[in-house]
Write a protein that binds this ligand. Structure first.
Ligand SMILES: *Cc1c(COP(=O)(O)O)cnc(C)c1O
Length: 388
């Protein structure tokens, strides 16, 4: 991957890797892919990533909130988009007008969507999100019969059309957890319940990334992966499933200088040079998504060589030890903070493991100062989205 001539702090997104990962998910799950691009495509940049996924065969897109869906629509994407997290102040009319599939979690949300459809003067597209055990969003068991009444009326008067029925797994990352099959059975029962009233959704879906990759028996019409599309295995103990990580975070070396034996580096001077050394300043800090708790634990690759981060990670920068001879590093060289790991270089998973989290949090936390650069697409280009 070409990293030269990039803006000085860059998340390089390999669109060919993303297209490849869509194929892996389709083949492994045996189902169509509703590609989850919430949270700015897990930090990768929603619009270019969504376009790539659709071109690679994804059947539709999924996001949490309606404003995320509207951004995609306004960019000219006319594929099906489902949004599933709403509040009392959500502007459902805007979603209905834009033809977004609104996944509802209560009779009250469905009432609000019906009112919006009437106000807009059209039929709303709706998915029913059923809570089968995650106990987060989704129609609760206690509200199911009320919900069915509202739904049957709304369908009868053409306020809504039923696009989907979905549920979300609590323990999808534990493939053999019995809860997975139990949740699927609950959703199937809800689908059967509506079928008895003559109500049939276009598509039923359950599986997130780990289920799509490990529980083909849970694939219904569509699977709903997120993290695996970005090339990150949700089941590291099982393997990488041939997925290719799409994001490489890199920065230009801002400054190279000498420190003498006994001199401290960065806030608190938590690292003291044990010998005369060269250090490099890397212009990326915790405001860019480099966890401060990785102070003293980072390793970066510069010109294919590993170097250790030393001292505190600051808001905007951190320091690496280049050793007594400077390792041949000069200002303007590029430091890879994490990438595919294929060359033995650092990975987002290492950051996650070292900070007690998951790589979902690392990639979605890459900040807005980091310029997203796209390679491997039909046309490689730097997209400066104006946020940097
Ligand atoms: C985020 C999300 C997904 C995707 O989950 P991954 O673990 O990233 O595959 C699927 N469905 C819902 C409802 C989600 O919120």
């Amino acid at each position: 991957m070409r990293l030269m001539n990039s803006p000085d702090l860059t998340a390089t997104i390999d669109l060919a890797a993303i297209a490849h990962n869509v194929g892996v998910l389709r083949d492994t799950s045996g189902a169509d892919v509703l590609a989850v691009v919430k949270a700015d495509a897990y930090g990768h940049g929603a619009v270019p990533v969504a376009r790539t996924m659709l071109a690679a065969g994804a059947a539709g897109l999924g996001v949490a909130r309606l404003p995320e869906a509207l951004v995609l629509r306004e960019s000219g994407i006319d594929a099906p988009i489902t949004a599933w997290l709403h509040t009392g102040s959500t502007d459902f009319a805007a979603g209905v007008a834009a033809g977004i599939d609104i996944a509802v979690s209560s009779p009250r949300q469905l009432d609000a969507v019906v009112a919006a459809a009437r106000a807009v003067g059209t039929t709303a597209t709706v998915t029913i999100k059923v809570d089968t055990g995650l106990r987060r969003s989704g129609v609760a068991v206690e509200e199911w019969s009320d919900f069915v009444d509202v739904c049957a009326k709304a369908l009868a008067d053409n306020s809504i059309r039923l696009q989907g029925m979905m549920t979300h797994l609590a323990c999808g990352d534990e493939p053999s957890n019995p809860l997975n099959s139990a949740q699927a059975a609950e959703l199937d029962a809800a689908v059967a319940d509506l079928a008895r009233l003559g109500i049939t959704p276009q598509a039923v879906h359950i599986s997130n990334s780990p289920a799509a990759l490990s529980r083909r028996d849970l694939s219904r019409d569509i699977v709903r992966p997120g993290i695996a599309l970005y090339g990150r295995t949700p089941l590291p103990a099982i393997g990488d499933f041939g997925l290719i990580p799409a994001m490489t975070l890199s920065a230009e070396v801002a400054l190279v200088k000498k420190v003498r034996t006994g001199e401290g580096v960065s806030y608190g001077q938590t690292w003291i040079a044990q010998r005369d050394s060269m250090i490099a300043v890397i212009p990326a800090g915790y405001a860019d998504g480099v966890p401060r708790t990785l102070s003293g634990q980072l390793r970066v690759f510069i010109n294919g060589q590993p170097f250790a981060g030393v001292g505190r990670v600051c808001m905007d920068q951190f320091v690496v030890d280049l050793g007594p001879d400077g390792g041949g590093v000069v200002e303007g060289d590029r430091a890879v903070l994490f990438g595919t790991g294929a060359d033995g270089g650092p990975t987002a998973r290492e950051w996650a493991d070292a900070t007690g989290t998951i790589d979902y949090e690392i990639v979605s936390g890459i900040g807005t100062r980091v310029v997203r650069q796209y390679v491997g697409g039909a046309r490689s280009e730097v997209i400066d989205d104006g946020r940097a």
